[in-house]
Structure formats: structure tokens, C-alpha cells
Design a protein around this ligand. Structure first.
Ligand code: CTP
Length: 396
């Protein structure tokens, strides 16, 4: 958690800043806020102060006899300055090193880390001047979050590039920025979600996997600096930013997508709940229902992870096991049969964990025989524990 100074400049997205401040505090960050006079035309100092839990630093506060060094104090206090929303003007000033207002002076006065959340009309964002300033700031080590694509504020403008990222995503991006990059250089392939095995165009066999645990692994690895490809079965989850997402449906499609990228990967985490069987025959047309009972003829799907295990080399392989009974023995068997470094045992029958839940309670079994039962924790934390072991095997 960090001391975050949020710099608010004059864009309509400033109205989202109180929500952003609350999210930052909710995530455990210590927050202060600085607003330019134009920002205060969109959002009141009181809403900012209440959401930040501290007074707002303004031009007026700066130009008081006792406020003379406020820019120096703020620059020293902040571990990171997040400018949100950032106007083209604020970007330009910082790129040029101007310091004629409290925000630009604070940035010039040695702010340690700076992140920008640009928000402006598309034409202003794409203007060569703005782009050059952004490049300059990146070269100085600043981070730039977005902007996103969507409806623009000015009437009649329609959609375009230039929307400030939503506060939730800004929090994710900031947390990622602050995460130590201990997986820098790792090429990681992750699978997640269920597969669908179609009987006909409108019916399929599947399972209740939500994909959350696999997505959490992909996101945690991204934040820790890994290059991540996520092969995902059908899920309701949005594509994580900063991750290449390959969407598939069936086990056969998943197998192909994974095998195509296996040579590239240095580690694979197979969190997908791959259907073990598929209908022998897939009908081209929808079959009308009939009164009689029906027997489905199923054939086994290839075991993707087992295939990877057979050509493992020095890649790191992590599998999952879903068990309702005799979990440890069965998981150990799978670890050996599939030639894995680590297997994550999920207890499906426990309340409040597993399928669809934000939490999980797992046991990690390592290839050297170590068994580690983790307490119930957020799937994101489970992901980090798995990745700690991936890192150890990768470095070995
Ligand atoms: N897996 C796979 N290809 C399959 C089936 C499973 O790659 N066709 C992977 C899963 O992604 C998971 C692990 O293998 O990492 C699960 O092993 P599996 O033997 O399928 O265990 P269960 O799904 O628990 O099934 P069962 O106990 O019925 O064998």
C-alpha cells in the first residue's frame, strides 16, 4: 500500500474522482488530493476532501504565507502521483517542465513516480503535440493509463479515444504499477474457464467453472511483470488488460490454442476445467425433442496437460485437481501421471469456495512431495502463492 497523491485537472471526468479516492482508500492506500482551479469547476473541494479523508491542496493553499513549500512537501510525501483526469494541458506542462501551478510544480519538484489518466476529446488526444508529450513523459519513466474508447463528453461527439479509464481500472493499474516485478521476463500461458462440448448448434455439455481462479493467475502474473497469454473457455469475465486473451469453446479448440503457444511459453498454469468427454457426433442441425429417453454416445477428450507433461523439457507445469473425496491421493497421482511441478487441489464440496466464488481454499502439492494446505483466501491471493512456486521452479 502506498501514499498516493491524486492530482485532479479540469475535465468532466473529475466528477468520478471522489469514487476513485474511496476505492484507493478502500484498497488500503493513504490518499491526498490536489485540484486545479478548473477541476474545481467540475467537482467541489468538499466532495474531494470527504472522499480523500484529508484537505484538498489548491492554488489558494499554495499561495499563503505558510503554504509556500506545499509543492515540495507534496512531492516528498507522495510515493506515487496519479493525475486523473489529466488534460492535454497538464500533460504538456509536465513534459516541458513548466511549473506555474501547484500540480506542475509538484511534479517538477521530484515526484518519485507519476501516472497519468488522460481524458480529453479524441482530436486533442491524437494531436501530434499531445502524442509527443506523452512519449516524452514515458521516456521520463511516467506511466500512462489509457485513455479508453467510448462515448465522449462533448455533445454530438459520439464515440472515440479519450475517455478516462473507470476508477476501478485505474485502481488495478495503480496497484500493478506498485507491484514488484519479480516475474519480469517470464512467458506464461494460462488456461481458464470451462469448455463447451456441443451436441448440436444449441445444446452442449459443460461445467460450472467461472474462470475466476485462472483469470486471477493471469492478472497477478501480469502485475508481477510476466508476459501472459490467457486461453479462456466461455466465461462472463471481461478480458483482463495487458494480457493476450484467446477465446475458445471446446476442449479440442483449447488443445489447439495451447499447443500452438507451448513452444513460446516457459510456464503453463492449466486452471481450465476441461470437459473430459465430448459427444461422439455433433449434429449440424438442431434436433427436435422426442418423447423417448435418449442415450448420448460420448468419447474422451484428449488430456491436454498430460500431453504437455510428455514434452515438458524445463518448462514449469502447474495443474489443478477438483476432488470431492480422497483428494490428496488422487491429486498426487495426477501430479505424477501428468509430470507436473505443482498441482492445486480444490475441494469442490466446501461451502463458499471453489466454483464461481471469489475465494478459494486449496492444497498445493509439489513434485518433491511437499504438501501445503492454504487457509481460505481470495483467489487473487491463491494466484500469488501459486506464482511464488512458479517463480521458484522457473529460476531453478
Ligand atoms: N486437463 C486437461 N485436459 C483434459 C482434462 C483435464 O488438460 N482433457 C487438466 C485440467 O486443466 C487440470 C487437470 O488436468 O489442470 C485436471 O486433471 P484431471 O485428470 O482432469 O482431473 P479432474 O478434472 O479432476 O478429473 P478426473 O478426476 O475425473 O480425472
Amino acid at each position: 500500500m502506498a501514499r498516493v497523491l491524486v492530482g485532479v485537472t479540469g475535465g468532466v471526468a473529475a466528477i468520478k474522482v471522489p469514487h476513485l479516492l474511496r476505492l484507493l482508500r478502500g484498497a488500503g492506500h493513504e490518499v491526498r488530493v490536489l485540484a486545479t482551479p478548473r477541476a474545481l469547476e467540475f467537482v467541489t473541494p468538499l466532495s474531494l476532501a470527504v472522499a480523500a479523508g484529508s484537505e484538498v491542496a489548491t492554488e489558494e493553499a499554495w499561495f499563503r504565507p505558510e503554504g509556500g513549500a506545499l509543492h515540495i512537501e507534496l512531492a516528498r510525501w507522495a510515493e506515487v502521483v496519479l493525475v486523473a483526469p489529466a488534460t492535454a494541458d497538464a500533460l504538456a506542462k509536465a513534459a516541458l517542465g513548466l511549473a506555474d501551478d501547484l500540480l506542475s510544480a509538484t511534479l517538477l519538484a521530484g515526484a518519485r513516480r507519476v501516472a497519468w489518466a488522460p481524458a480529453m476529446n479524441e482530436a486533442m488526444w491524437l494531436a501530434p503535440q499531445t502524442q509527443a508529450h506523452v512519449e516524452r513523459l514515458k521516456a521520463l519513466g511516467h506511466a500512462v493509463f489509457g485513455p479508453g474508447y467510448g462515448p465522449l463528453a462533448a455533445v454530438g461527439e459520439g464515440e472515440g479515444w479519450g475517455r478516462m479509464l473507470e476508477p476501478e481500472e485505474l485502481l488495478e493499474r495503480l496497484n500493478a504499477l506498485l507491484t514488484p516485478k519479480d516475474l519480469e521476463g517470464l512467458r506464461l500461458l494460462v488456461s481458464a474457464g470451462p469448455t463447451r462440448e456441443y451436441l448440436d448448434p444449441v445444446r452442449f455439455l459443460s461445467n460450472p467453472s467461472s474462470g475466476r481462479q485462472g483469470y486471477a493467475v493471469a492478472e497477478a502474473a501480469r502485475d508481477r511483470g510476466a508476459e501472459v497469454v490467457l486461453v479462456s473457455g466461455p466465461t462472463c469475465l471481461p478480458d483482463p488488460w495487458g494480457v493476450e486473451v484467446v477465446r475458445v469453446e471446446s476442449a479440442l479448440e483449447m488443445r489447439q490454442a495451447i499447443l500452438e503457444r507451448f513452444a513460446w511459453a516457459e510456464a503453463v498454469v492449466m486452471a481450465a476445467a476441461v470437459a473430459d468427454y465430448r459427444p461422439k457426433e455433433v449434429l449440424r442441425d438442431k434436433e427436435p425433442k422426442a418423447a423417448e429417453a435418449k442415450t448420448l454416445h460420448l468419447v474422451p477428450n484428449p488430456d491436454i496437460l498430460k500431453e504437455l507433461g510428455e514434452q515438458k523439457g524445463n518448462k514449469v507445469l502447474v495443474g489443478f485437481a477438483m476432488e470431492t473425496q480422497e483428494g490428496l491421493e488422487r491429486a498426487k497421482g495426477k501430479l505424477q501421471r501428468k509430470n507436473l511441478d505443482l498441482i492445486v487441489l480444490n475441494w469442490v464440496s466446501r461451502e463458499g469456495v471453489g466454483f464461481g466464488s471469489p475465494e478459494n481454499e486449496v492444497v498445493l502439492l509439489l513434485r518433491d512431495g511437499q504438501v501445503l494446505a492454504l487457509p481460505r483466501m481470495a483467489k487473487r491471493q491463491v494466484a500469488d502463492r501459486i506464482l511464488d512456486f512458479v517463480r521458484t521452479f522457473w529460476k531453478a
